[in-house]
Design a protein around this ligand. Structure first.
Ligand code: 13P
Length: 253
């Protein structure tokens, strides 16, 4: 299929600068020799500069966890795409369910952020996923469809070429309850078919769709063996070298 697997660690609101530097040094050492897998880490904003310096001679990509869509100005507490670009970020996570749940992000704000990221050459990791209520109410596919249509409104295939999708069922995040490979694959397939309808089959086949939600060294292989699962967005298990490097080395398990 030609899609390079993409494993990213979302450190969320964890790690001081000193802790982040310690972890990235360990990760760099443990990933040497890994081939055919793209790896990214998303430290908190405060540690991006220090981690970026450590990654200068490394193939590990740097990701931010959020951005604001304006370039600069009176927006206290926000971080602009220009600032992230200046730090050497390659990727930016957009629309994570924790931002939607706790910080009022909507499909509309996600759309503005995706556009701003694209304009400044940052590749979005666009997060979507249903809550437990929505799943139990049989609304998984309609929620996913709404999030994709809203998040990508007025964006053409050319513009979103570098985009990565992360399917993260909210009920599986931080709960230890992973979607089974079959449950995840069913939604990943649906997402790909949605891209066929919105854009084209070749484009849909080229786009990478990560799974996120309690990914561990124990379940990564089963998930990654599914046809439409192209990577993982890892939370808790990305905070320790032992577990994250096992996940990155899933082919060797
Ligand atoms: P956990 O791996 O801790 O469930 O978090 C997943 C996630 O939200 C990654 O963005």
């Amino acid at each position: 299929m030609g899609r390079t697997p993409f494993i990213a660690g979302n450190w969320k609101m964890n790690k001081t600068v000193a802790e982040a530097v310690e972890l990235i040094k360990e990760l760099k050492a443990s990933f040497s020799g890994v081939q055919g897998v793209e790896v990214a880490v998303a430290p908190p904003f405060t540690a991006l500069y220090a981690v970026s310096k450590e990654l200068k001679d490394s193939s590990i990509c740097l990701a931010a966890q959020n951005l604001f869509w304006e370039e600069k100005g009176a927006f206290t507490g926000e971080i602009s795409p220009l600032m992230l670009k200046g730090l050497g970020c390659h990727y930016v996570i957009i629309g994570h369910s924790e931002r939607r749940q706790y910080f009022g992000e909507t499909d509309g704000t996600v759309n503005r952020k995706i556009k701003a990221a694209m304009t400044h050459g940052l590749k979005p990791i666009f997060c979507i996923g249903e809550t437990l209520n929505e799943r139990e109410g049989g609304k998984t596919f309609s929620v996913i469809e709404r999030q994709i249509e809203g998040g990508l409104e007025n964006l053409g295939a050319k513009e979103i070429e570098p985009l990565v999708i992360a399917y993260e069922p909210v009920w599986a995040i931080g709960t230890g309850k992973t979607a089974t490979p079959q449950e995840a694959e069913e939604v990943h397939r649906f997402i790909r078919e949605k891209f066929v309808k919105m854009y084209s089959r070749p484009f849909a086949e080229s786009i990478r769709i990560q799974y996120g939600g309690s990914v561990t060294p124990e379940n990564v292989k089963g998930l990654m063996s599914q046809e439409d699962i192209d990577g993982a967005l890892v939370g808790g298990a990305s905070l320790k070298q032992e577990t994250f490097s096992k996940i990155v080395r899933f082919k060797e398990i």
